[in-house]
Design a protein around this ligand. Structure first.
Ligand code: ADP
Length: 454
């Protein structure tokens, strides 16, 4: 059970008054918790069966706009309902809010009660099922990097996002003194999430002023994605409770390091590490080499899911630990894919391309799909690269702009087969809309550059 409370536990807590509120949430295409706050009594008496929401919620942008061009929902179709079906195995307390518990939902079609194909949780579940049919289970860990700021999100927004001061004055990579100064925010993040049933490993300072990282122990893919979404939400909420701001924007300042979300992946068969072969080089099994070959081959196809906004691509630049090359290496942080845990049962591949803004369900789904393709076709893995991969002219790049990533997504036969044409169409439209909105914007940079001198 991925949650920590059974439905009966929840009923008892509602009856004794220790829980009065249940957050009933699903994860939208941006990876945000979305839903309603139920009175505990109503939830345990009736709404645990299902509740409803407007179907524009899986076709909106960060601003809650209603773009045209989606096949699944539109003004013409009248913006009907989806069913939010609570997954009762995910009930957990929300220890940073008084008297509150949470449950995650699957999103179902209102008429057929079938999963909505473009719902992130459904997309991941489908790829997990395909992997299971091959006899494997994927275990994943997604690192969460973010920046903390001195002021709250509300203050920063009111000052129009100007003069933002990170919580520290210097690069705090692994720095214990500076991170002590942030314990008013970081300690409750660790402890509350742990009490909510997330296997928290640690937090640490990251390689820029104000930058932090949260690590959660690896888990089956769906649990990992649930953990990531809940943790990201909690980090923002707990920072807000403490009068601070947390942001997962990949690049908040042109001269500052960006925030990533590296994804560690391994396959298991009956609880044995299917990536490990102690007699093979690096301890890498054949299955792992095929999986990695698929991951690398299809990285350009799925880049959009690792970098879904215009800002995501600002993170990719030489010498910043934000790799863009479709090559792998052993314990070398400049390649897109890094083999970790060499010659141990923990041997795994880490994808280092994704930004802190990725949706963990979509990201894991497309990478599992690429790995499956590698395994099915027994793809051969090219030799590892060494040295500074940024300087390796032969290494292929992933798309460098949202526009380019949208085109590879649109044209990806591999993703159309793995996810379905309807799903690829849906996310291609989301990508196009993001670019269209940016193209309509007049940026500060343009004004400063051209106002007087153009
Ligand atoms: P680092 O020192 O680079 O931070 P860690 O040993 O802390 O590396 O591991 C990074 C992440 O990898 C952790 O979140 C951990 O849970 C995860 N991890 C460890 N073993 C595996 C595995 N076999 N499969 C997937 N993830 C794993």
């Amino acid at each position: 059970m991925p949650g920590t409370l059974t439905f009966d536990d929840l009923k008892s807590r509602v009856a004794d008054g220790s829980i009065d509120t249940v957050l009933v949430c699903f994860v939208d295409i941006q990876g945000r918790l979305t839903g309603k706050r139920f009175h505990g009594v109503n939830f345990v008496e009736t709404s645990f069966e299902e509740t409803h929401c407007c179907n524009y919620l899986l076709a909106t942008d960060l601003e809650m706009a209603t773009p045209d061009g989606y096949a699944s929902t539109s003004w013409e179709m009248g913006y009907g309902d989806y069913v939010m079906k609570p997954d009762l195995s995910t009930i957990r307390p929300v220890p940073w809010l008084d008297g509150t518990a949470m449950v995650l939902c699957d999103v179902l079609d209102h008429h057929t009660h079938q999963p909505v194909p473009h719902s992130p949780r459904a997309i991941l579940k489908k790829q997990i099922a395909r992997l299971e049919a091959l006899g494997f289970e994927a275990k994943m860990a997604t690192e969460l990097e973010f920046f903390l700021f001195e002021k709250s999100l509300d203050d920063i927004r009111k000052s129009d996002f100007r003069d933002m001061q990170p919580i520290s004055g210097y690069n705090e990579d692994y720095n214990i003194f500076q991170t002590t100064k942030e314990e008013d925010v970081m300690r409750p993040i660790r402890n509350h999430l742990f009490a909510a049933g997330l296997p928290i490993e640690n937090t640490k300072g990251e390689a820029e002023a104000g930058q932090a990282e949260l690590n959660i122990r690896y888990a089956p893919a769906l649990d990992c994605a649930d953990h990531h979404s809940i943790a990201k939400h909690a980090i923002k909420e707990i920072a807000w409770q403490n009068g601070r701001a947390a942001t997962f924007l990949p690049k908040w300042h042109k001269d500052r390091v960006g925030s990533s979300s590296h994804v560690h992946q391994s396959l298991w068969k009956n609880d044995d590490a299917a990536f490990f072969d102690k007699s093979a080089k690096h301890g890498m099994s054949e299955v792992m080499s095929h999986y990695m070959a698929g991951l690398i081959k299809y990285a350009p196809d799925y880049t959009y899911f690792l970098a879904p906004y215009v800002n995501s691509y600002k993170r990719f630049s030489k010498g910043t630990f934000a790799p863009t090359k479709t090559v792998w290496s052993v314990d070398n942080r400049t390649a897109g894919f890094r083999l970790c845990g060499e010659n141990t049962k923990g041997v795994r591949v880490e994808c280092r391309i994704g930004g802190a803004d990725l949706n963990p369900y979509l990201t894991q789904a497309v990478m599992i799909a690429a790995g499956i393709k590698g395994i099915e076709e027994k793809m051969e893995l090219a030799p590892a690269t060494t040295g500074d991969v940024y300087e390796d002219a032969k290494a292929a790049d992933i798309p460098q702009t949202l526009r380019a990533a949208t085109e590879t997504l649109r044209g990806s036969q591999f993703l159309r087969e793995a996810l379905g044409d309807d799903v690829v169409h849906h996310y291609t439209r989301a990508a196009e809309w993001e670019q269209e909105e940016f193209d309509r914007a007049v940026t500060d940079w343009e004004i400063k550059r051209g106002f007087e001198r153009a």
